[in-house]
Ligand binder design. Structure first.
Ligand code: FPP
Length: 258
């Protein structure tokens, strides 16, 4: 992390006693509560989602400033197809607009965009936009923004298992060779480290089919505000909460992994 970024906003996250600056390497967020935010104000759900995109922009900027390496956001789940068609159209429209409007700025900010999820069910123009975002930003080495779109963790794990089954059926792999490492290597983005912390807004306390494999040792932080109200202070406070946790990864060691 650069000194400039550190001094911009990270000073208050320095551990007491002046130890090394410590932010989680990978933060994942379940952006929940757009509908409730809108309902509380007598507004249509779309307005909640639209304000959710603004909160997303704030979160990306703050994550970059804080020196976080990976930010994964749950934008559209495999289960969101069960919502009314008009809301699905709205969410697809917001994704289109987000990429068309924000891609250049993300690129200029040295953000690399990655997409996880199934692309087969998406409209062709959306697939092309997702590909364009990945291609344009491929060589950027700042924050990696991982957009989980049409993503479901069970689907991701089943897909990896199918790939292993094909390799076993073809005689390239023995069933005894199926290990967590080999399955993990067939997930959508095996090169990205597991999230250190998963934040969910809106007060709900569950993972809802998000990164189930990768969350094995993630710290979970649930914040009681709806996503459109999430801002830099809320991110910093969630990171403070994460830093108070002791991570043991099944062992006895003191906190590591950030
Ligand atoms: C959850 O709120 C949020 C979503 C299902 C979608 C998240 C989408 C955005 C933040 C905006 C779109 C961003 C992109 C990049 C497309 P909810 O609708 O479940 O809220 P509720 O539980 O209060 O009804």
């Amino acid at each position: 992390m650069s000194d400039a970024a550190r001094s911009r906003s990270g000073a208050d996250l320095l551990p007491q006693g002046g130890g090394p600056f410590e932010v989680p390497r990978h933060v994942a967020i379940i952006m929940d509560g757009n509908g409730r935010w809108a309902a509380a104000r007598g507004l249509p759900r779309f307005e909640g989602h639209r304000r959710g995109v603004e909160a997303l922009r704030r979160a990306v900027r703050a994550a970059g400033d804080l020196g976080i390496s990976f930010l994964t956001i749950f934008s559209f789940s495999s289960e969101n197809w069960s919502r009314p068609p008009s809301e699905i159209t709205d969410l697809m429209g917001l994704l289109r607009r987000f990429i068309r409007k924000d891609l250049a700025e993300l690129h200029n900010s040295n953000v690399r965009v990655r997409i996880i999820g199934e692309r087969d069910d998406l409209d062709r123009d959306i697939c092309l936009l997702l590909q364009e975002a990945e291609d344009l930003t491929r060589d950027n080495d700042g924050l990696t923004l991982v957009v989980a779109f049409n993503y479901g963790a069970r689907q991701e794990i089943a897909r990896a298992a199918r790939q292993l089954a094909v390799e076993v059926a073809a005689g390239r792999l023995s069933p005894n060779d199926i290990t967590p490492d080999r399955l993990g290597a067939r997930l959508h983005a095996p090169d990205i480290p597991d999230p250190d912390v998963i934040i969910r807004t809106s007060g709900e306390q569950r993972l809802s089919n998000f990164l189930l494999w990768q969350a094995a040792y993630s710290e979970l932080v649930f914040v009681p505000i709806n996503w459109p109200d999430f801002d830099r202070a809320a991110l910093e406070s969630a990171i403070e909460e994460y830093r108070r946790r002791e991570r043991r990864f099944g062992g006895l060691a003191a906190k590591t992994g950030s």
